[in-house]
Design a protein around this ligand. Structure first.
Ligand code: 13P
Ligand code: ZN
Ligand code: NA
Length: 283
């Protein structure tokens, strides 16, 4: 069965590595990241954005992820990414999600606390992990768009107060990364990660994993980032593989053929991220 992401992330924080959380949009994408994690004996978080939940249905996603977990020897969690809607969070928990993110980072601190605490309460009863965001991660994730000038870094003291007030078990502090591919290098505030990690013992989450140079990911993980979200890079790898098939053979019409090519490419990309996170062999 699917497991909560709580214990795998606590183990990661304690062990100085991170668990990769991959956004998937199709069955083949889900299978690809599951195969990569199994091959590397790594814990895994499969996640879906609100847009993908609406596209496929939370029950289809939970069913596919459950089959994956039941066929695997590694712990697998299913996570709802960046959700601003309490009702949808409850629906996903009912459907079988074992981890949810309440993203009230656009609201003032007190409102973020109120909404997060409410989700923590319902999730706790269901044995489901909760992630919340403080500050504001820049870039585009589904229909959440944050202009660079509106991105906001998390304050370390506020992070500590937030965790205390909400009881949230997993925190995503904005520390300079952004959703999507960076123009140039990201501007990560490593010093800030260190200060947050010294005040918050809970696992921290690194958003915007696509496009961060490997050495900078390793620094983030060493400082306490115990979950790394990767979405855009995987989508690009998957789609590019399909484009290559059709470029070579415009008459191709067998989804099993072009989707397999895409799946293989994605499996390799996911494996590289898992290795980068240091979670290979930790399952
Ligand atoms: P990227 O699209 O930059 O990988 O960000 C992923 C993410 O943070 C999903 O929540
Ligand atoms: Zn994110
Ligand atoms: Na990114």
């Amino acid at each position: 069965p699917l497991v909560s992401s709580a214990s795998m992330l606590q183990a990661a924080r304690a062990g100085g590595y991170a668990v990769a959380a991959f956004n998937v949009h199709t069955l083949e994408m889900l299978q690809a990241v599951v195969e990569a994690a199994n091959e590397l004996r790594s814990p895994l978080i499969i996640q879906s954005t609100v847009g993908t939940v609406k596209h496929l249905g939370p029950d289809y996603l939970a069913a596919a992820a459950t089959v994956a977990a039941n066929r695997s020897q590694i712990p697998i969690a299913l996570h709802l990414d960046h959700c601003t809607d309490f009702e949808l969070i409850v629906r996903c928990i009912r459907a079988g999600y074992t981890s949810v993110m309440i993203d009230a980072s656009h609201s003032p601190f007190e409102e973020n606390v109120r909404q997060t605490a409410k989700v923590v309460e319902v999730a706790r009863a269901a044995g489901v992990n909760v992630e919340a965001e403080l500050g504001r991660v820049g870039g585009v994730e589904d229909d959440i768009v944050v202009e660079e000038r509106d991105a906001l870094l998390a304050d370390p003291d506020e992070c500590a107060r937030f965790v205390e007030l909400t009881g949230v078990p997993t925190l995503a502090p904005a520390i300079g990364t952004a959703h999507g591919i960076y123009k140039g290098d990201p501007n990560i505030d490593f010093d800030r990660i260190g200060r947050i990690a010294s005040k918050v013992a809970e696992p921290l989450v690194l958003h915007g994993g696509s496009g961060i140079p490997d050495d900078q990911v390793r620094r983030c993980v060493a400082l306490g980032m115990a979950k790394m979200n990767v979405a855009t890079e995987l989508r690009i790898v998957f789609t590019d593989a399909i484009k290559a098939v059709f470029a070579g053979n415009p008459d191709e019409n067998d989804p099993r053929s072009y989707m397999t090519r895409a799946k293989n490419a994605l499996r390799e990309a996911a494996a590289a991220k898992i290795r980068l996170c240091g979670s290979a062999g930790k399952a």
